[in-house]
Design a protein around this ligand. Structure first.
Ligand code: OAD
Length: 226
């Protein structure tokens, strides 16, 4: 039977592709202060530092590839309705072939106007430099959500989670709100799985599959394809 599978992903799903997480031993927030690079105040104070941080992350993203977890999720679309609600700003789900990807925290491969947030531009091979302007003449900024800004696509994401037959949470510390709270919207009947190498506390109703995304996702999804 075709079911609705909703995946809620975080930085850990891209770790095996070579992208750092935020809070792990070599996590981005261990080496950078959130307040220096990921807030509207940082952008107002030192836009060059903010652009350098995201330009560097984008250059790394171009060099890495989706891993077995991203690919297995894309393949599952042949068998089930799959919606991926991701906190990640990378495009590895899309590059693996997933079509239903909802980004809560923005997209690294896009720029947007710092004056009007609906003016969004794909970057392709380019980075963002000071002096790069939107069509209204204001500086382009990364199309990412900074601390203190509103999460994108909230209603859409919450509606999908509220209708999930299966909810698969993978690669997230569930420590950033409001996004982390969305998983509580799944109804009682939803089957829930959490994939992570370690967990501090398992959210209610979840089965923990201990291991990495690339180890655990392909066999789990294979069992859903039969
Ligand atoms: P975190 O760095 O907080 O958490 C990553 C999680 O992935 C941890 O629970 C790890 O145990 C787990 N993990 C590590 N390697 C893994 C692997 N190979 N397979 C599976 N799991 C693995 O990252 P997020 O939860 O995504 O927001 O962080 C949430 C938000 O905090 C991000 O979207 C970002 C950040 O500040 C913004 O920038 C707005």
């Amino acid at each position: 039977m075709r079911e609705k599978v909703v995946v809620f992903s975080g930085a850990g799903i891209s770790a095996e592709s070579g992208l750092p997480t935020f809070r792990g031993a070599d996590g981005l927030w261990r080496n950078h202060s959130v307040y220096d690079v990921a807030t509207p105040e940082a952008w107002a104070r030192d836009p060059q530092l903010v652009l350098d941080f995201y330009n560097e992350r984008r250059q790394l993203l171009r060099r890495v590839q989706p891993n077995a977890a991203h690919r297995a999720l894309a393949a599952l679309e042949q068998y089930h309705e799959v919606v991926i609600v991701t906190q990640n700003v990378d495009d590895l789900h899309e590059r693996a072939g997933s079509r239903g990807v909802i980004h809560l925290h923005g997209e690294l491969m896009k720029a947007r106007s710092s004056e009007r947030e609906t003016l969004v531009y794909p970057l392709g091979e380019r980075d963002i430099q000071l002096g790069d302007l939107c069509e209204l003449g204001s500086q382009l900024r990364p199309h990412v959500v900074w601390f203190g800004e509103s999460v994108h696509n909230t209603d859409q994401a919450c509606n999908h989670i509220a209708q999930a037959d299966k909810l698969l949470v993978v690669g997230t510390s569930l420590s950033v709100y409001p996004a982390a709270g969305f998983i509580t919207l799944a109804p009682d009947k939803t089957e829930r799985y959490l994939i992570a190498p370690e967990v501090d506390s398992l959210p209610d109703g979840f089965v923990w599959l201990k291991g990495t995304a690339a180890e655990q996702i392909p066999p789990l999804l294979q069992s859903w394809m039969n």
